[in-house]
Structure formats: structure tokens, C-alpha cells
Design a protein around this ligand. Structure first.
Ligand code: NAI
Length: 257
């Protein structure tokens, strides 16, 4: 069996992914604020390092796949700290353990929100690894209106771009590690529960995220793709953001690819 480390494993997409893998007999080490194997706070440098260390220890030194799902959608600096740096720094700490696997794989969660307007300065600060600068820019954007706030879209654009930049490098492609992201549309999880509870919220969401194929999706639709991307079968798919969004990307970007 393979050993998976999944962040955000206490809820939503991470939780369902962990459940499906366990049903298949795989070993899953969950990381989240509480309620799973490793309790840790991925919003801070110390929290990321401690959680990664504990996960590697529980895994016995070798990790076959990492699926970082922990994320926030509040329009505040902490969203940048968790969604981007809580992924990048955590993965960096897990690279040696992935290197001991015979078939190491990583799959992240971006979003169709990565296609929405972003703050270029914020995306650039994340990709430069400058957390202090990124948090300061996000702090200055926190007051922008919630409907057009670029903090969350910027965190997801940075994830998709990071995947594209890192996948071909010696640390990833050169080490035999496929690195990809899945971009969901509107997934029914605790993150979207309040939004989808009112007719007004649903109308606003559907205007931003048109989903001609089957409308809102369950977490398992994303879980199955994350699981394939991190399976032994995936030998050549890397650097990609794969939209699994009921057609939202096809509608919104159209020919612009
Ligand atoms: P969720 O809210 O159900 O689960 C997110 C998990 O991340 C929670 O268990 C939470 O405790 C954990 N988390 C938050 N801050 C943390 C921290 N500082 N340290 C450790 N863990 C922390 O959300 P959901 O929907 O499962 O989202 C998972 C990922 O999918 C996120 O990255 C989200 O941005 C992304 N996504 C979700 C969509 C949706 O419609 N639900 C659409 C597109 C992307």
C-alpha cells in the first residue's frame, strides 16, 4: 500500500479523498488544525515545519504522495499564508521523504477562481517566496469589496503558476515527481455551505462559475482526479492545472487558451 499525506483532511475535499484512499487500503496521514493524525497550523512557518516533521515521522520516513487540500476563502492575508505558503513550504519540507518513494507524486488544489482578476503584485510576491511582502499586500487589499476581492483568486493563480514553474525543475521532474493541480468549480463542502444556502448566494456563485455539465459538484469528483494524479499510473502528466469544473473554464476562457 502507498502512504499519502493529505492536508485539510478534516473537512471537504481532503476528508473525502482520505476516505476513498483508506477504503482502497492505502495509508493516509491527515494534517489539519484538529481532528486528524497530525494537528498543525499551516498558516505559520513553525506550524508548517512541525506538521511536516510529524507527518514524516508517522510515515516511517517515506511518503509516496502528498495532496495539500488545506485552504481558506476569506479575503484576508491568512488565506495567502495557508493556501500558498502552507502548501509550498510544507511540500519543501516533505521533499526528502518523497525522494525515498519508488513512485512519488504530488497534486494540489487550485480553483477556477485562478481565472478571475488577480493582484499581479500579490501573485509575484508569492512566487518570489516573499511571505512578508505577500501578507502586507494582502493586508492592503482586505478592504476591497468581497465580490471582486483579488486575494483568493491570487492565491490560486499563484498555485497554478507555481506548479508550472516547479514541475520541470531538478527538484521535481528531475527527481521523477509529477506535480499537478486540479481546479474545481463550485464544490459542495463546508467552505461553500453558507454561500449556497441562500438563493441570492447561489445566483451570485452561478454567475461567477457557470457549470453547464451537472451543476455543483461533490467533493468526490475532485478526490478521484487527485487520486489518479498521485497514482503510480500517472507517469507523464506534470505541470498541469486540470479543470474539473462542469465546463466553467470552457465557458469563461472560451478560445483564449
Ligand atoms: P473545507 O473548508 O471543507 O476544508 C478545508 C480544510 O482546511 C479545513 O478542514 C480547515 O480546517 C483546513 N485548514 C484551514 N486553515 C488551516 C490551517 N491554518 N492549518 C491547517 N489546516 C487548515 O474546504 P474545501 O472546500 O474542502 O476546500 C479544500 C480546497 O479546495 C481549498 O484549497 C479550497 O480553496 C479548494 N477549492 C474549493 C472549492 C469549493 O467550491 N469548495 C472550489 C475550488 C477550490
Amino acid at each position: 500500500s502507498r502512504t499519502y499525506v493529505i492536508t485539510g483532511a478534516a473537512s471537504g475535499i481532503g476528508k473525502v479523498t482520505a476516505e476513498i484512499l483508506r477504503e482502497r487500503g492505502e495509508t493516509v496521514i491527515g494534517v489539519d488544525l484538529k481532528g486528524v493524525e497530525v494537528a498543525g497550523d499551516l498558516s505559520s512557518h513553525e506550524g508548517r515545519r512541525a506538521a511536516a516533521g510529524e507527518a514524516v515521522q508517522l510515515a516511517g520516513g517515506t511518503v509516496d504522495a502528498v495532496i495539500p487540500c488545506a485552504g481558506l476563502s476569506v479575503m484576508k492575508p491568512v488565506t495567502v499564508a495557508v493556501n500558498f505558503f502552507g502548501m509550498a513550504e510544507f511540500l519543501e519540507a516533505l521533499l526528502p521523504a518523497l525522494g525515498r518513494s519508488e513512485a512519488p507524486r504530488v497534486a494540489l488544489v487550485s480553483s477556477m477562481a485562478s481565472l478571475q482578476p488577480v493582484s499581479t503584485a500579490l501573485v509575484d510576491a508569492m512566487l518570489a517566496g516573499d511571505e512578508e511582502q505577500a501578507l502586507s499586500i494582502a493586508g492592503s487589499l482586505a478592504d476591497a469589496s468581497p465580490e471582486s476581492n483579488p486575494i483568493y483568486p491570487s492565491s490560486k493563480r499563484a498555485i497554478s503558476r507555481w506548479v508550472r514553474r516547479e514541475a520541470p525543475t531538478t527538484a521535481w521532474g528531475g527527481a521523477g515527481i509529477p506535480l499537478n493541480a486540479v481546479a474545481p468549480g463550485t464544490v459542495v463542502t463546508p467552505m461553500t455551505k453558507d454561500l449556497l444556502a441562500s438563493e441570492q448566494g447561489r445566483a451570485m456563485t452561478d454567475a461567477y462559475v457557470p457549470m453547464p455539465l451537472n451543476s455543483h459538484q461533490g467533493a468526490e469528483s475532485i478526490a478521484h482526479l487527485l487520486i489518479w494524479l498521485t497514482s503510480v499510473e500517472n507517469t507523464h502528466c506534470t505541470g498541469q492545472t486540470i479543470y474539473c469544473d462542469g465546463g466553467a473554464d470552457a465557458v469563461l476562457r472560451g478560445d483564449d487558451v
